[in-house]
Ligand binder design. Structure first.
Ligand code: PLP
Ligand code: SF4
Length: 343
């Protein structure tokens, strides 16, 4: 898929010190203040009141590696729009609620959501490396859902007792925001469950901080007997730079199957040309488009909503432009359904 030689890939990685490249340091240094975010991007102070209002509801978090892909001085940059809070977040809009997926109903153990046949979703980490303004978990009670080792034992017991479960899905927050010691332990324990075939990891970290894909992470990925799928969450082609392509290459070399899911977002990726370019760039990085989700109706994100008719028209237009395997499935999550629902 990627035809560039490793040497050539090596040459595109900027030479930086080990300290600067360490993902935990990068995460700790992420921008968490709306004023800093505006200043770093050369944006006018007139965006500050809105940014501060949104920040009070769901804090700003943007690591440097992601910030570097945002165009300076452009308040409409599609990556900026995903991370800069705006006044519209304080609007109360009918139908946009705090737990749109009614996940609280499906949590038989702390940090575990079992809604679909054969697959169980585990909340691997309470935090994220980036705070996306459209996030359907922006009101999620993470403090109550960050399992300790004892709670993990309970979760593992639940998986062991149900032989219909073939796939464990690590979600979050972002599961890769956990340290590798914890993850190696958990994945080791999951591998001991005989009926489990697959480990799936939903994460935005390889995109937000590509240096997260380091040797410590690759070690446990290579070690597990479980087939491993990583679903990246990339919404716009500008999110895929050389460092991201290189991180994807490392994951592929470790035997990981790479898929992507996006959220259809007003003002970010609600155009045919953008979605087509996203699919093409994903595939160049060895990633197959999987889902294009319509927005979950979460309070504070209504300004990102794209009406269904428009979403269907977009995917129909995309179908006439792309190879069949580059077309994501347009879906929504309907509480109580046994799978994601196609539109
Ligand atoms: C989306 C989701 C899954 C995975 O569904 P797939 O269609 O297999 O990608 C599993 N569990 C929950 C709770 C989900 O929301
Ligand atoms: S990375 Fe995912 S879970 Fe985390 S804030 Fe963004 S959309 Fe939400």
């Amino acid at each position: 898929m990627i035809t560039r030689s490793p040497d050539l890939l090596q040459s595109v990685i900027p030479t930086v010190t080990d300290e600067a490249r360490d993902w935990q340091t990068q995460l700790a240094k992420a921008i968490r203040d709306p004023r800093d975010l505006l200043a770093r991007l050369g944006l006018d102070e007139r965006w500050l009141p809105g940014a501060s209002q949104g920040h009070a509801l769901f804090e700003v978090r943007v690591p440097e590696a992601y910030l570097s892909r945002i165009r300076r001085g452009d308040p409409h940059d599609p990556l900026l729009r995903q991370v800069l809070p705006v006044t519209a977040e304080t609007d109360s809009v009918a139908g946009f609620v705090s737990d749109p997926l009614e996940e609280a109903e499906h949590t038989p153990r702390r940090g575990l959501i079992h809604k679909y046949h054969g697959r169980v979703l585990l909340i691997g980490s309470p935090t994220c490396a980036i705070n996306c303004r459209y996030c359907f978990r922006r009101h999620f009670p993470y403090a109550e859902n960050s399992p300790s080792r004892t709670q993990w034992e309970e979760t593992l017991g639940y998986l062991r007792r149900d032989p219909s479960i073939q796939e464990a899905i690590l979600s979050g927050g972002d599961p890769l925001a956990s340290n590798d010691k914890r993850l190696a332990w958990l994945v080791g324990r999951l591998g001991e469950i005989p009926h489990l075939r697959r480990l799936r990891i939903h994460t935005r970290l390889p995109v937000v901080i590509p240096d997260r894909i380091d040797n410590a992470l690759l070690a446990w990925l290579k070690d597990t007997r479980l087939q491993t799928v990583m679903v990246l969450h990339i919404n716009h082609p500008n999110e895929i730079d050389d460092a991201v392509i290189e991180a994807c290459k490392r994951l592929q070399n470790a035997g990981v199957t790479l898929l992507n899911q996006s959220v259809l977002l007003r003002g970010v990726n609600d155009e045919v040309a953008t979605l087509a370019e996203l699919s093409e760039r994903l595939f160049s990085a060895g990633v197959l488009p999987y889902y294009l989700h319509v927005l979950d109706p979460v309070a504070g994100a209504a300004h990102f909503d794209v009406p269904d008719a428009e979403a269907v028209a977009l995917i129909d237009a995309l179908r006439t432009r792309l190879a069949g395997f580059l077309l994501p499935r347009l879906v929504r999550e309907v509480p109580g359904e046994a799978s994601k629902s196609p539109l």
